[in-house]
Ligand binder design. Structure first.
Ligand SMILES: [Zn+2]
Length: 305
């Protein structure tokens, strides 16, 4: 019987479960809406896993969870969630290990995404990597010497809350002028409202920019400029071999990435200004592949049944 890893992706609006082979291929996948409470989400994750196992002739080696919010990778507990209730202090890794009857690893979803890209996507072959996911929010991951670097308090890679403009707009974290309120999809929608007096989602602004709308392009350029500044600050400190950009905003492609590179180059001193900035490759399945990679590498907090 073939063996595989279970990848669970716990997003703010969606739960996903997949069986992933050791070489990063998705063998089977189930998705569901994220329920409003943590207890219901745990039940839904167990149900999705049972559905997967019912149809697959595969033995599972271990499970990995990528959680869409801060986690403590020492205790295996969730620190909290901005969108749904009951998560604070929940020992999600241990709960799932007991329910699934297998070793379970818990990591933040951006860390999982970065690890997935490092092993199976756009980060392959790089010994050090900065990964940034630009969607409705902004998350990130740092890999050093091929390993995920979570830091002393599991807070490494939180580039979305790097303060770039201390007098800027208020962020959901309570600080002002974080990268997330300047360059995320949510920020792009807000700037379209302020500057163009148009009610659009971040995605609609992106589509207008791709169609050549000069005002939409200005809004995208501005978000890209802020991201490039954040990457320059991070690169000056870490000097990664490669920078990988994923998430919905990055799917705009060169219309977004070209001004990101220009801003990064302007704000970086020395040869680090030429660090390659490339789009992520794992796309829609990145969350579950990354979560499975967490289990394969033992990169998060381990819980045993
Ligand atoms: Zn913030």
């Amino acid at each position: 019987m073939a063996t595989a890893f279970l990848g669970l992706d716990v997003g703010n609006t969606r739960l996903s479960a997949a069986l992933v082979s050791r070489d990063g291929r998705v063998l089977a996948l189930r998705r569901g809406e994220a329920p409003p409470t943590a207890d219901e989400a745990v039940e839904a994750l167990v149900r999705l896993t049972q559905e997967l196992m019912g149809q697959a002739d595969t033995a599972l080696e271990a499970a990995g969870i990528g959680f869409g919010g801060p986690v403590d990778t020492r205790s295996g507990e969730v620190r909290g969630s901005f969108l749904s209730s009951g998560w604070e202090g929940l020992p999600l890794g241990r709960l799932m290990a007991e329910r699934l009857g297998m070793a379970t690893w818990l990591a933040n979803d951006a860390d999982a995404g970065g690890l997935g890209e490092a092993r199976f996507g756009a980060g392959r072959g790089a010994s050090s990597l900065l990964y940034v996911n630009v969607g409705t929010g902004i998350g990130g991951a740092v890999l050093l010497d091929g390993r995920l670097h979570v830091g002393a308090t599991s807070s490494a890679g939180e580039i979305g809350h790097m303060v770039l403009s201390p007098d800027g707009p208020v962020c959901e974290c309570g600080k002002r002028g974080c990268l997330q309120v300047l360059a995320s999809g949510t920020a792009i929608a807000r700037r379209a409202r302020e500057r163009l007096h148009r009610e659009m989602t971040g995605r609609e602004v992106g589509e207008a920019a791709l169609a050549g709308d000069p005002q939409a392009l200005e809004v995208i350029d501005e978000a890209a400029w802020w991201l490039g500044l954040a990457l320059a600050n991070a690169a000056q400190l870490l000097d990664p071999e490669r920078i990988v950009i994923g998430g919905g905003v990055a799917e705009l492609g060169e219309v977004f990435l070209a001004p990101v590179r220009a801003s990064h180059c302007t704000h970086t001193l020395g040869p680090a200004a030429q660090t390659p900035i490339v789009p992520a490759e794992l796309g829609y399945d990145a969350g579950v592949i990354g979560a499975a990679a967490v289990a394969m590498e033992g990169a998060g907090a381990r819980s045993d049944p």
